[in-house]
Design a protein around this ligand. Structure first.
Ligand code: LLP
Length: 441
């Protein structure tokens, strides 16, 4: 299975102009350089330094509105997958656009509630919820728990009656469908750890219905991430619809189908999965079934809305290596998934001119700390700035402080306004909570 968006893919690199043209929230201005919505990114880098993340609020709102419009006529609720980007301001923006939240930990639950998302509009997913997390979710009154195993069902049935509540649960089914995406982000194959085997689902649903404190309301599935073709969705949703019919024929009540996330974006200059086409797949599978549909997109909503700005520290090896001040600890996707991220200069003058193939790397002491290999780019020199595009999803949330590098600040653009929404981490915050025991003295 070919993984999409390979770091050193043999596909020719799109030009800087084509990359910008494919992204309506970006423009290159002759004087101001690269502009996100209406804010020159150089202004943010001047104020906050680099590396720095920048998100576009208008871009997020527009994407949510576009997705919502494509789903018109379907009975579907959008639960934004908080794991893609859990910043409170991001959650507030999506909540303002009518989205609920899909959370996978007590921390994400607290963030969603703190951002003002109603508990009833929160779905709690995850393959290893602890008793403490189940209790917190039920105390908060979340709208649904997506259950991934018989053991978890037993845990919920032990906790809920003690709290005097009934847990609405959906059984997450593993449909054994290949999503055609990178092996590390495919989740719906039988060999993946996720969900309940399809053939076990009917019996477990009946068991759930017999348990105290548990009300099975439907089924859930999520087959993977960065999915660019409809075929795996069609196959998985057909299986889900069959299961709904089977369960109902057996006398079970099934009112909801949570169809997961996974909608892929265009990391190059081609579009991602079309929301209209995705809506068509939902319609084809579930029309006439009279179920409340839910989806859990993360990347599609926030990915394109974020960039990571970095400065060139130096070039070396006859200009073959361009060393940035951002690193794999900031954005791990290229190192972890061989992901291809567009890299464009901030200055208009750097966006034109003859291109040569360079490796764009970070300063961390690992060869994997590479953002791009043999990337065709106009010449870059020490002090020049670049934007790594489509870094809004699985960017800042996956950062670490490896090599004792503080977490980068975050700015939020909204039209022509911008604000700092996370300060740069201070170096001494890195060892907060650490101590040197007296017996070492
Ligand atoms: N629902 C569930 C149950 C999930 O596990 C996920 C993502 C989503 C929804 C949202 O998927 P999305 O719409 O964002 O594709 N770190 C990886 C992606 C991991 C996805 C994990 N699950 C990356 O950077 O590509």
């Amino acid at each position: 299975m070919a993984s999409p968006a390979l770091l050193d893919s043999s596909e020719p690199d799109p030009s800087v102009a084509d990359l910008i043209a494919a992204r309506p929230h970006l423009a290159m201005h002759a004087m101001d350089g690269l502009v996100l919505e209406d804010v020159p990114l150089n202004a943010i880098a001047d104020a906050l330094g680099t590396p720095v993340w920048v998100y576009g609020a208008g871009t997020m709102r527009r994407r949510l509105a576009d997705l919502t419009a494509a789903l018109a006529g379907l009975n579907v609720q959008i639960h934004y997958a908080v794991k893609a980007n859990d910043h409170l301001a991001v959650l507030r923006i999506f909540a303002g656009g009518g989205a609920g939240a899909d959370v996978v930990s007590i921390g994400e639950l607290r963030r969603a509630l703190r951002a003002g998302i109603a508990a009833s509009h929160i779905v709690f997913s995850g393959v290893g919820k602890t008793v403490a997390e189940i209790r917190a979710a039920l105390e908060a009154g979340v709208g649904q728990l997506n259950v991934e195993s018989p053991a978890e069902l037993a845990m919920i049935s032990a906790v809920a009656p003690a709290l005097g509540v009934t847990a609405k649960v959906a059984l997450r089914i593993n449909p054994d469908v290949d999503a055609g995406t990178h092996a590390k982000i495919t989740t719906g194959k039988a060999e993946n750890k996720f969900g309940i085997p399809y053939d076990d689902a009917a019996a477990l649903y009946a068991h759930a219905a017999s348990l105290p404190g548990v009300e099975p309301v439907g089924i859930a599935l999520h087959i993977g991430s960065q999915i660019l073709s409809l075929a795996p969705y069609r196959a998985a949703y057909a299986r889900a619809a069959d299961l709904v019919r089977t369960l109902r024929a057996a006398g079970q009540r099934v009112t909801r189908v949570d169809c997961g996330g996974g909608l892929g974006i265009g990391y190059r200059d081609t579009p991602g999965l079309s929301p209209a086409a995705f809506a068509g797949a939902l319609r084809a599978a579930f029309a006439g079934l009279d179920v409340q549909l839910m989806i859990e997109p993360g990347r599609w909503l926030i990915g394109p809305a974020g960039v990571l700005l970095a400065s060139v520290v130096l070039t070396k090896g006859d200009e073959r290596f361009v060393v940035l001040d951002a690193a794999m600890n900031d954005l791990v996707r290229p190192a972890m998934y061989d992901a291809w991220h567009a890299i464009v200069p901030l200055a208009a003058g750097n966006a034109v001119g003859p291109v040569s193939k360079v490796d764009i790397v970070g300063p961390v002491c690992e060869s994997g700390d590479t953002f791009a290999k043999a990337r065709a780019l106009p010449a870059l020199q020490s002090g020049d700035r670049v934007a790594i595009l489509d870094a809004g999803a699985y960017g800042a949330v996956m950062s670490s402080t490896y090599n004792a590098r503080p977490l980068a600040p975050i700015a939020l653009v909204d039209g022509s306004r911008w604000a700092t929404i996370r300060a740069r981490q201070e170096p001494d915050e890195l060892w907060r909570g650490e101590s040197i025991p007296a017996f070492l003295d």
